[in-house]
Design a protein around this ligand. Structure first.
Ligand SMILES: [Zn+2]
Length: 317
């Protein structure tokens, strides 16, 4: 399912949301840039949550469509323009095979088509996109609709890995697919360590966070199980070209932490909030030696744009 080479280009299942391939093979660092990380538009959850029926509700999603359009509008107005916008999973609420899935996906794509064509969209699969226990058929459906479930790309000298975190969560129904992603990931990380030029940073995007507050916390619906978490954390931190940050969603609240140089970023949702955060997206500024990020409410970003201190980092040579 995943692309095979370091620096290979992602594909998406929807030609109209397709990304310009040349933008994704930039191995050379060419100065600071920004991108947008967002998560969980999850069309249908707001109504289902209000009704207290998250399993079978979700027959209305006009609010999430509106919020997605607001996010797109705010992102389009940013200067300098973000180099891409990544949506970290739970694109829609309906599980594979449930009513409304097609309609929700259709309406999300329609809302996203307003994104400025110079800002490529990168899709990450979530549990609602694949099912809590993904199957070969649910993975195939996802890939047909949104493109590969795992892949890598280079942007401005930074190496980015998109992972299918459902395989880390529960691969009982698709052990072969899980094994393939593991082998691919290992190959990507080892080749990233030896390739020239070396990536300025390595970033990972996945739906389920490794942890919410601390690497030692107990297992939870919203994090990955301890053994898997430990294994990934250790692998990501290895060597001098270790992963700098893991960006995720799933929690519908902002959370995360930084441990031993690895930043675990958990961003709240464009759609339904399960805590006290606002509907929003995260602006990420990548400089030669750091990855800065800040969560903005949609309103704040639309009205005020990015804060001066982040803007300054982008103007520095
Ligand atoms: Zn989720």
């Amino acid at each position: 399912m995943g692309a095979s080479d370091v620096g290979s280009v992602l594909s998406t299942g929807d030609a109209e949301l397709l990304v310009a391939p040349a933008e994704y093979a930039e191995r050379q660092w060419s100065g600071p840039f920004c991108f947008i990380q967002a998560a969980d538009p999850q069309l249908g959850l707001m109504k289902a949550w209000r009704d207290g029926d998250c399993d079978s509700g979700g027959e209305e999603w006009a609010e999430e469509v509106e919020l997605t359009k607001q996010a797109v509008e705010a992102v389009n107005h940013l200067r300098p323009r973000p180099r891409f916008m990544v949506l970290c999973g739970d694109l829609v609420h309906a599980m594979p095979g449930s009513p409304y899935k097609e309609e929700q996906e259709r309406d999300l794509k329609a809302a996203l088509r307003g994104t400025d064509p110079s800002i490529p969209l990168v899709f990450v699969s979530g549990n609602h996109d694949l099912g809590n226990t993904p199957t070969p058929s649910s993975v195939e459906q996802y890939c047909n609709s949104w493109g590969d479930d795992y892949f890598s790309f280079w942007v401005g000298g930074v190496f980015c890995l998109v992972l299918n975190s459902q395989f880390f969560f529960d691969a009982l129904a698709c052990p072969e697919l899980q094994k393939a992603q593991e082998a691919w990931l290992e190959e990507q990380l080892s080749r990233a360590a030896t390739t020239e030029p070396k990536p300025k940073h390595i970033l990972v995007f996945q739906h389920i966070p490794l942890y919410l507050q601390s690497p030692e916390e107990e297992d939870d619906y919203f994090n990955l199980q301890k053994a898997t978490r430990r294994r990934l954390l250790d692998r990501f931190k290895e060597a001098d070209t270790g992963v700098k940050a893991v960006f995720s969603g799933h929690y519908h609240r902002n959370a995360g932490g930084c441990h031993e140089g690895l930043d675990m970023v958990v961003s709240s949702a464009i759609g339904c909030q399960l805590g006290k955060d606002t509907h929003g997206v995260r602006l990420v500024v990548v400089t030669a030696d750091a990855v800065h990020h800040r969560y903005y409410s949609l309103e704040q970003l639309r009205v005020g744009g990015m804060d001066e201190d982040l803007g300054k980092l982008l103007r520095r040579p």
